[in-house]
Design a protein around this ligand. Structure first.
Ligand code: GLC
Length: 425
């Protein structure tokens, strides 16, 4: 296979901005039992039809979504233009299975794009390689009809080449009709028996097309092509250290995460992360050189439910005071190992190091290897000075080596979810 990636996308802005919003929205918001509900419950096309017939998000105000994302400190959005169910949020010429043919009656994608752009966010499109509605998509092991006794019969006449062409046609619409698109997020490959991969998707052709239409676009790594795409995408999992590429160099990566255990709106799913967990997640990603793409699954009526808004507000409150410990930041050089229960993020341009304290220690913290290197230290939330200990007794008890720096903390932690100390090197 030839190397098709050629010049990759423009990742400069991406590794600076660090924080984006994922949006999973489609017909599955109506059953509200996970976006894989068709697969999980083996729902047939005719039964699923009712959602298409009644889809009517009457409270859809994408400006509100965009404002919530922007307030939370998110700098880009990745929208599910089509998920595995096959339903399209835009007015595609190549299918009738689209928002314009539901009671919603309009191109919902365009309204989202306009709203998020107006808030200054960059735009990414998620596009599902799977399609459980398309008549040429071969029924495979993830398809809701896979266990049907007459599966083989259902598969006769299905033409995977036509499906691959359908994807190229749709991707062309998406990448020519909505202005500059910064990310295309293909999902996903599962090669092997009764699975699908690069030969089914005709991934090389698809990627060529994408690069031709939007040369700077970032492409994720789920097309099953050799190499990794522009971005590695661990999902529902936070790597413990900076993931490496095949040559052993630190990779560009973006973890995608949910507030609860589902991507699409799930009414009864109760494993919601706390505000604090979400913020710690963001810090963990950036402190290991990555981005965080945090998902919201809007309701069928078109709004973010109270649980999601609460987490977004948590981000907003924290980011209001701490965003400079995120934007432009990455992992700190290896020689500065963060103390217990702490993380470092590091801005190599401003040469500021950020100490994120997941647990607030009593009175002092020792920073290995930073002795003599720090000009000034302050709490980031209020810009109040943090000094070295005055009490000589304490200094001797801490047993700091020459190379270490000891800071004296107030006994009471500042009133923020995760306190941060900004160190000027
Ligand atoms: C998985 C799931 C999908 C979700 C995606 C996000 O691949 O299939 O439902 O959209 O993860 O990364």
């Amino acid at each position: 296979m030839t190397a098709v990636c050629g010049k990759g996308g423009d990742i400069g802005w991406f590794v600076h901005d660090r924080f984006g919003m994922f949006i999973h929205w489609g017909l599955y918001a109506m059953p509200a039992r996970h976006e894989w509900v068709r697969n999980y419950e083996g729902i047939r096309d005719p039964e699923y039809r009712i959602y298409f017939e009644l889809f009517n998000p009457d409270l859809f105000q994408p400006r509100e979504w965009a404002r919530a994302a922007s307030a939370a400190g998110m700098k880009y959005v990745v929208i599910t233009t089509k998920h595995h169910e096959g339903f399209c949020l835009w007015d595609s010429r190549y299918t009738d299975y689209k928002a314009t043919r539901t009671p919603a009656g309009r191109d919902l994608l365009r309204e989202m794009v306009d709203a998020f752009r107006a808030e200054g966010l960059r735009i990414g499109f998620y596009y599902s390689l799977l399609d459980w509605h398309h008549p040429d998509f071969i029924i495979d092991r993830l398809h809701p009809h896979f266990s049907d006794p007459d599966r083989e019969e259902q598969n006769t006449g299905r033409d995977p080449r036509r499906y691959a062409q359908y994807m190229r046609d749709q991707v062309t619409e998406l990448l020519t009709g909505y202005g500059k698109i910064d990310i295309i997020w293909f999902d996903f490959s599962y090669p092997g028996e009764n699975g699908k991969g690069r030969d089914d998707w005709e991934s090389e052709k698809l990627l060529h097309l994408v690069r031709e239409l939007q040369p700077e676009i970032i492409v994720n790594n789920r097309l099953d092509l050799p190499g990794m795409g522009d971005v590695l995408t661990p999902e529902q999992f936070t790597p413990e250290e900076w993931p490496k590429d095949k040559t052993g160099r630190p990779a560009v990566w973006e973890g995608c995460q949910t507030f609860s255990g589902s991507w699409g709106y799930h009414r009864d799913e109760n494993t919601w992360k706390s505000r604090r967990m979400c913020i710690e997640m963001l810090i963990n990603h950036v402190s290991r050189g990555g981005n965080l793409l945090m998902n919201v699954g809007p309701t069928a009526r078109g709004y973010f439910d109270a649980r999601a808004l609460d987490r977004l507000e948590g981000f907003a409150e924290w980011m209001r005071y701490h965003s400079r410990a995120i934007y432009g930041c990455t992992a700190a050089p290896d020689e500065w190992r963060a103390p217990q229960d702490c993380r470092y993020t590091w801005n190599p341009e401003t040469r500021r190091l950020y100490l994120h304290l997941f647990a607030w220690p009593y009175k002092h913290v020792r920073l290995v290897g930073l002795g003599g290197k720090v000009r000034y230290a302050q709490l980031l939330n209020d810009g109040s000075e943090i000094r070295r200990p005055h009490d000589q007794m304490l200094v001797s008890q801490v047993k700091a080596a020459q190379e270490d720096l000891v800071l004296e903390l107030p006994v009471t932690p500042p009133p923020v979810e995760v306190p941060v100390i900004e160190l000027f090197l």
